[in-house]
Write a protein that binds this ligand. Structure first.
Ligand code: IPD
Ligand code: CA
Ligand code: CA
Ligand code: CA
Length: 262
């Protein structure tokens, strides 16, 4: 790992833990949060999402003032170093505001459009998933590897959806996974489910449309754990556009790609 990446990795992990603690503090007193909606009534946000993103932005600006920063809540701040931080302060806001533990802080660093660092911190489980390009993936310091013997038939497939892109596909995807003898799963946090693919808890994950901040940290984890990820174009303007997201253990790649129609 080069020096540029190892310095950023140390900060990414420290900030993810700090941000996770702040989010957990809000979670523990969530009854007092005002829940606002964005696109529709399922797309929720609160001060917790914004304050956690501001914490992360502030720390990154202090540590690497020339790096770019893209976050879900406050958008893109371009930089000049070639490194961009891509952050979802709380992935799984719906579980978060409804008192379920399936949410996480997701921090990626990209270079030339490729995720070179991925950190996913899940505070309720006290699980910190960390990966850096070429250096492997870990969970709380223990190496992660996907199992090449796993298939849709002998494991569980995660999938997600939103109400604004291809909602009609949701039923079809669930039906097709079931029809081939598989089992589907959704916990409300796509980033966490991607980390679970890296950890071998799920054989794969598919969602018809996600943003860069939802998936790039998870992509780095899955790649470093020996899985395969469908290309997500994060170069230039494309960084702001969403795309299909698919991450999978090698033995299930062809079948999940077919179901996803990719
Ligand atoms: C959402 C979650 C959800 C996925 C959505 C995402 P948010 O992110 O990851 O599981 O299905 O597409 O937008 O809004 O909770 O950060
Ligand atoms: Ca959101
Ligand atoms: Ca998200
Ligand atoms: Ca979010």
């Amino acid at each position: 790992m080069n020096e540029q990446i190892s310095q950023r990795l140390a900060l990414a992990e420290r900030v993810a833990r700090e941000a996770g603690a702040k989010a957990l503090d809000y979670f523990n007193r969530r009854e007092s949060l005002v829940i606002e909606t964005k696109r529709d009534a399922q797309d929720v946000v609160s001060i917790a999402d914004r304050e956690v993103e501001l914490l992360i932005r502030g720390q990154i600006a202090l540590g690497f003032p020339d790096d770019g920063f893209l976050g879900e809540e406050f958008g893109l701040q371009p930089g000049g170093s070639g490194y961009n931080w891509v952050v979802d302060p709380i992935d799984g806001t719906s579980p978060f505001v409804n008192g379920m533990p399936n949410w996480c802080v997701s921090i990626a660093v990209i270079y030339q459009g490729e995720p070179v660092i991925g950190v996913i911190m899940a505070p309720c489980q006290q699980e910190c998933f960390v990966a850096a390009q070429g250096a492997g993936a870990t969970l709380n310091g223990k190496a992660l590897h996907v199992d090449p013997a796993r298939t849709l038939q002998n494991h569980i497939t995660g999938f997600g959806a939103n109400s604004y892109v291809a909602p009609e596909r949701v039923g079809e995807i669930a039906a097709e996974i079931t029809a081939v003898g598989g089992n589907f799963f959704r916990n409300g946090s796509g980033a966490m489910m991607l980390a679970w693919v890296a950890a071998g808890r799920l054989v794969g994950y598919y969602e018809p449309y996600m943003h860069a901040w939802d998936c790039l940290a998870g992509y780095c984890l899955v790649n470093e754990a020996g899985g395969w990820t469908h290309p997500f174009n994060a170069q230039g303007e494309q960084l702001l556009r969403g795309a299909p997201v698919l991450a999978v253990a090698p033995g299930a790649k062809d079948e999940l790609m077919r179901i996803a129609r990719l």
